[in-house]
Design a protein around this ligand. Structure first.
Ligand SMILES: *[C@@H]1O[C@H](CO)[C@@H](O)[C@H](O)[C@H]1NC(C)=O
Ligand SMILES: *[C@@H]1O[C@H](CO)[C@@H](O)[C@H](O)[C@H]1NC(C)=O
Ligand SMILES: *[C@@H]1O[C@H](CO)[C@@H](O)[C@H](O)[C@H]1NC(C)=O
Length: 630
C-alpha cells in the first residue's frame, strides 16, 4: 500500500519526456510491422529506439497528435504492396490512434478485428483482397467512426446492419465488392457520401439514400427505386405513377424526351444529438421535411435555353396538396434562368433526375445539394425575403453577380424568381466549406491544413475580397456575408467566396441582419455599416484560420466557441501572441515561420478593431497579407 505512491513517482520519472512519442509507441509499431509481409519500404524509417513522432525523422506513414505527449494518431500505409496479417492487438496499444489506412495493398483473408479499435474515426481498407462476410454486429462498438472505406475488395454476405448505429458516419465506400441482400436503412444526417455500386444487392433503395444519385447504386441489377429509374412495386410507387401528368411510362419518357414525373426527393431530417459548436451551428432548424417538385409536363426547348424548377416547402404536417399545386404553375412562373453556362446548360430534365440533400439552413434560407444525371452537382439555395427588387431589377443584379470571373469567387449559375420564392443555383464544391474543414472533422483533412495551405487560403480570400471591393465599390457592403461557411475550397484548396453582394436584394430587416457583417461592433452598437464591416468579417476569418478555434461570433447567442477577437487582443497586449497560433501550425515550425504566422495574426487583430476608423482599408489589408511568406 505504502509503496504505491513511490512506484508511481518512479514511473513518471522514467516516462515523462514531453514532446516525444509516449513510451513504447515505437515498439508497438514495430510489433505491428512484424506480421506484415513486403514491408521493406518501412525499414528506413521504422527503427527501434527511434521516436515515431520525431518531426525531423518521421516514420513513414505515421502521423502524430499533440497533447503534451506526442502520440501516434494515424497509421496510413497506402499503395505499398503490403500483405500478411494486420496485428490489431499491437495497434490497440497505440492509445491515440484514430486513423488507420491500409488502402491499395495486397491484404487477404476475412475482415481483421479492427472493430476492437473502438475509437477509430477513419478506416481505409479499400483496394485489397479482403473477402468473406463481415459479422452483422461488427460495427456496433465503433461509435466514433466517420469514414469507412472498404471498396474494391471481395467482401460478401450482407452489408452489416450495425452500420446504422454509427451516429457519426460521414463516408461509406462499399463499391466493387460482392455484397448481397438489401441495403440497410442508414438514416444518419451526417452521411455525405455513400457508394454501394457494383455489388449484388437487391431490394429497395432506402428513400433517404436516394440523394446520393444513381451512380452510387449502379451495377446492382436487382436494386429498385426511383433514383435508378426502376420503381419498386410498392404503394408509394403506385401512388406516384397515378399522379397527374405522369401517365407515360419511364420508357416513354426516355424515348420522347418529355419530362414526366414529379418527385425529386423527400428528405427527412432528424435533429441529432448536439455535441459541439460546429454541429450546433450546422443543425439549427433542420428538423423539417423538404420536398422539391418539378412540374409534370414541360417540354425542353433547346432554343429557349431555359429549364424549369419549382420548389415548395412544407412542414411536417403539410399534405401533398401544396406540392401538387405548385407543380401546376404555368411555365413562365417556373423558369429556371441560366445566367452562367460555364458548367454547361442544365434544365428540368437534369434537375428531375437529381436527388437533393439538405446542406444547411443559414440566415438567408436553406441550401440543398442536387446531383444531376450528367454528373454535375449543384447547390440550390432557397432564399427568404428577397422581395426588395422586382423581377427585372433582381435579374439585372443577379446577372451582374453571375458574370464575375475570378478564381476566388463562385458565381451563381442560374436563378428562379417567383414572388413567394427565389432560388439561386451554384456549382457544388465537393471539398466543402472552410468552416467544415477547420472544425468539422479533425481527421485527415486537418492534417493537410499546414501553414502553406492556410496562407494560400487567406491570400485567396483576400484577392476575392479585393475584387469585390473594386467591382462593387459603390455598394454599402460589397460582400456583406464573409464567414468561413461561405468560403468553399477547391480540390487544391483555392478558396471560393459565395453569398456575396446580396445586401441590396434583401427586404426584411431580420433577414438583412443574418448577414455576418451585422455582427461587426458598429452594426451592433450604432446600426452603421460600411465596407469596413467587410474588413471586420475578414479579420474574424483570419483569426479563425490562424488559431483553429471556432469563433463565438458565429453563434447567435455567443454561447460556446471562443471569443477570438478579445482573446487575440489580450494575448497580443501581453506579448504572447505566438501561443494563440494553432499548435498544428506552430509546433515544429521554424522561428521565421512562426514570426510570419504572428504577423498574420496581427493583421487579423487590426481588422477586428472595434472602431472602423482604426481598421485598415480593404486594399491595405490585402497588401499586408500579400507580404507574408510561407
Ligand atoms: C498520449 O500518451 C500518454 C502516455 O501514454 C497518455 O498519458 C496520454 O493520455 C496520451 N494522449 C492522448 C490524447 O491519448
Ligand atoms: C487506390 O487506388 C485507386 C484506384 O487505382 C485510386 O483511385 C486511389 O486514389 C488509390 N488510393 C490512394 C489512397 O492512393
Ligand atoms: C460510385 O462508384 C462507382 C464505381 O467506382 C463510380 O463509377 C461512381 O461514379 C461512384 N458514384 C459516386 C456518386 O461517387
Amino acid at each position: 500500500m505504502g509503496a504505491a505512491p513511490f512506484l508511481l513517482l518512479l514511473f513518471f520519472l522514467s516516462v515523462a519526456t514531453p514532446l516525444s512519442a509516449s513510451p513504447g509507441e515505437d515498439l508497438h509499431l514495430l510489433e505491428f510491422k512484424r506480421t506484415l509481409r513486403n514491408s521493406a519500404a518501412l525499414d528506413a524509417t521504422w527503427v527501434g529506439g527511434g521516436d515515431p513522432c520525431d518531426r525531423k525523422k518521421a516514420w513513414r506513414g505515421v502521423d502524430c497528435s499533440d497533447s503534451g505527449y506526442r502520440n501516434v494518431s494515424a497509421v496510413l500505409l497506402m499503395n505499398l504492396g503490403l500483405s500478411g496479417d494486420v496485428d490489431v492487438t499491437a495497434l490497440g496499444k497505440l492509445q491515440s490512434l484514430r486513423i488507420l489506412g491500409l488502402e491499395n495493398n495486397s491484404f487477404t483473408g476475412t475482415m481483421p478485428e479492427v472493430n476492437r479499435l473502438s475509437y477509430l474515426k477513419s478506416l481505409f481498407l479499400s483496394g485489397n483482397q479482403f473477402s468473406g462476410e463481415i459479422p452483422p454486429d461488427y460495427f456496433g462498438k465503433m461509435g466514433s467512426l466517420k469514414k469507412l472505406h472498404l471498396a474494391r475488395n471481395g467482401f460478401s454476405g450482407s452489408i452489416p446492419p450495425s452500420l446504422a448505429q454509427l451516429h457519426n458516419l460521414m463516408e461509406l465506400f462499399l463499391q466493387n465488392n460482392e455484397f448481397t441482400g438489401p441495403i440497410p436503412d442508414l438514416e444518419q444526417a451526417t452521411l455525405h457520401y455513400v457508394n454501394v455500386s457494383f455489388n449484388n444487392l437487391h431490394g429497395e433503395i432506402p428513400a433517404n439514400l436516394a440523394r446520393f444519385g444513381a451512380s452510387a447504386f449502379q451495377g446492382n441489377p436487382d436494386l429498385c427505386g426511383t433514383v435508378v429509374g426502376k420503381p419498386c412495386q410498392t404503394a408509394a410507387a403506385a401512388a406516384a405513377a397515378a399522379a397527374p401528368g405522369s401517365s407515360g411510362s419511364m420508357t416513354k419518357w426516355v424515348i420522347l424526351g418529355v419530362v414526366v414525373g414529379i418527385l425529386l426527393v423527400t428528405i427527412l431530417f432528424k435533429a441529432k444529438k448536439k455535441d459541439d459548436d460546429f454541429t450546433m451551428l450546422r443543425k439549427e432548424n433542420l428538423d423539417e421535411v423538404i420536398q422539391v417538385n418539378v412540374p409534370s409536363t414541360v417540354r425542353r426547348s433547346a432554343s429557349s435555353r431555359r429549364g424549369s424548377f419549382s420548389g415548395s416547402r412544407r412542414g411536417n404536417d403539410g399534405g401533398s396538396t401544396s406540392s401538387k399545386r405548385s407543380s401546376q404553375h404555368g411555365r413562365s412562373s417556373n423558369d429556371l434562368v441560366v445566367i452562367n453556362e460555364d458548367k454547361g446548360f442544365f434544365g428540368l430534365q437534369d434537375l428531375m433526375k437529381a436527388a437533393a440533400e439538405v446542406l444547411g439552413n443559414g440566415g438567408l434560407g436553406s441550401s440543398y445539394k442536387a446531383v444531376m444525371a450528367n454528373g454535375v452537382a449543384v447547390v440550390v439555395k432557397r432564399m427568404r425575403d428577397m422581395n426588395k427588387l422586382n423581377k427585372e431589377a433582381f435579374e439585372t443584379e443577379i446577372r451582374k453577380l453571375g458574370k464575375i470571373k475570378h478564381r476566388n469567387i463562385l458565381p451563381p449559375l442560374a436563378f428562379h424568381f417567383r414572388k413567394e420564392e427565389k432560388l439561386l443555383v451554384t456549382e457544388y464544391i465537393p471539398r466543402g466549406s472552410l468552416l467544415f474543414l477547420l472544425h468539422g472533422d479533425r481527421g485527415i483533412g486537418h492534417a493537410e491544413l499546414n501553414w502553406g495551405t492556410r496562407l494560400k487560403i487567406i491570400k485567396g480570400i483576400g484577392r476575392g475580397m479585393a475584387f469585390l471591393h473594386t467591382e462593387f465599390a459603390n455598394y454599402e457592403l460589397p460582400h456583406g456575408n464573409l464567414k468561413s461557411s461561405n468560403v468553399l475550397l477547391s480540390h487544391n484548396y483555392d478558396p471560393l467566396l459565395t453569398d456575396y453582394a446580396l445586401f441590396a436584394l434583401i427586404s426584411n430587416t431580420q433577414s438583412v441582419q443574418a448577414l455576418f457583417a451585422y455582427k461587426s461592433p458598429e452594426a451592433i452598437l450604432y446600426q452603421q455599416l460600411s465596407p469596413k464591416s467587410d474588413v471586420y468579417c475578414l479579420g474574424i476569418v483570419i483569426l479563425e484560420i490562424m488559431t483553429g478555434k471556432f469563433p463565438s461570433q458565429y453563434l447567435s447567442n455567443q454561447k460556446g466557441g471562443t471569443d477570438i477577437v478579445q482573446g487575440t487582443k489580450t494575448a497580443i497586449g501581453e506579448g504572447r501572441a505566438a501561443e494563440l497560433i494553432d499548435p498544428e501550425l506552430s509546433g515544429g515550425a521554424t522561428a521565421e515561420a512562426v514570426e510570419q504566422m504572428e504577423r498574420m495574426l496581427r493583421i487579423g487583430a487590426s481588422c477586428t478593431e472595434s472602431e472602423p476608423a482604426k481598421r485598415m482599408e480593404m486594399k491595405e489589408v490585402i497588401r499586408n497579407i500579400e507580404e507574408i511568406k510561407a
